[in-house]
Design a protein around this ligand. Structure first.
Ligand code: C2E
Ligand code: CA
Ligand code: CA
Ligand code: CA
Length: 281
């Protein structure tokens, strides 16, 4: 039998307390990391299946923690979104990526045609001055809007479809392209395709992973591609790891691919060495 004496409460309290303290410490550390620019943007190439040409890169945030080493977003984005720090973080990533584009452009015009994809958490779109802040960062860094693609998920739209539509139309009119991220994993993706100015559907990694072994995944991917073609939207398949997945996607006439098969996300210094065309995949 359980005895819920004062003693057990104390144990419960101190265990909870330790968890809460750890969470608070992490929040404080992330806030500092953002303020001190201790985060890093990694870059992963996006490649055209038709000819192997790199068409752009996705910016993916990393946290170089003084004790714990390199931390990937899965470990801190949920906390960042809950506490609202994701708003600061996403602005930091946008600014940092624009600076990187600027620095690459200053070296040569090799990369001047590349499109840079930035992730935004859904909370961001609720900010009343969202578009204004984007324009400020573009003006500060001197980057043209058409160099950027913003990746958003359905949840950014779901909470307030009307204001999301306004924000997206506004971004679109600036020349920023829009991608619907994690496509296929949400609830009502199809209805958003019609009313929102999205250029690209990004098929979630979970469908690509099982492409060769699971006939259902293959059918879903095939259907998304047909739908996209009918609606005149581009498709990026994310999480491509094998040559077979590549060949399959090519036979389905998928436009763009991204995944470890081409490169993991890497530092800007390493991204500097990405080939402009990926040979023989
Ligand atoms: P996402 O936007 O769906 O990004 C794709 C994730 O899949 C990335 O994980 C990427 O490293 C990983 N990936 C790419 N190719 C492969 C592959 O071939 N195999 C496998 N196993 N994984 C692959 P990452 O970098 O850990 O990011 C996780 C998620 O965190 C992202 O998912 C995105 O939702 C979020 N995130 C990353 N950076 C930012 C950011 O700057 N702002 C916001 N709001 N969210 C971000
Ligand atoms: Ca993404
Ligand atoms: Ca995904
Ligand atoms: Ca995601």
């Amino acid at each position: 039998a359980k005895h819920w004496g004062i003693g057990s409460y104390e144990i419960f309290d101190s265990a909870m307390g330790a968890q809460i303290q750890a969470a608070l410490r992490m929040e404080g550390e992330l806030r500092q990391a953002i303020e001190r620019s201790e985060l890093q943007v990694f870059y992963q190439p996006i490649v055209s299946l038709a000819d192997g040409a790199m068409t752009g890169m996705e910016a993916l945030v990393r946290w170089q923690h003084p004790q714990r080493g390199l931390i990937t977003p899965d470990e801190f984005m949920p906390m960042a979104e809950e506490t609202g720090l994701s708003v600061l973080l996403d602005w930091w990533v946008l600014r940092e990526t624009c600076r990187q584009i600027q620095s690459w452009d200053a070296e040569s015009d090799l990369r001047s045609h590349l499109l840079f994809s930035i992730n935004f958490s859904s909370r961001q779109f609720a900010q009343p001055n969202f578009v204004q802040q984007v324009e400020t960062i573009l003006a500060e860094t001197g980057i043209a809007a058409h160099r950027l693609k913003f990746e958003i998920t359905e949840s950014a739209i779901i909470h307030n479809p009307k204001s999301a539509a306004t924000v997206l139309e506004h971004l679109k009119s600036l020349g920023i392209q829009l991608a619907l991220d994690d496509f296929g994993t949400g609830y009502s993706s199809l209805s958003y395709l019609h009313g929102f100015p999205v250029d690209t559907l990004k098929i979630d990694r979970s469908f690509i992973q099982n492409l060769e072994t699971d006939p259902k995944s293959l059918e879903i991917v095939r259907t998304i591609l047909l739908l996209a073609r009918a609606l005149d939207k581009k498709v990026i398949a994310e999480g491509v790891e094998t040559p077979d997945q590549c060949r399959l996607l090519q036979s389905l006439q998928c436009d763009l691919v991204q995944g470890y098969f081409f490169s993991r996300p890497v530092t800007s210094a390493m991204a500097d060495a990405f080939p402009m065309t990926w040979p023989g995949y």
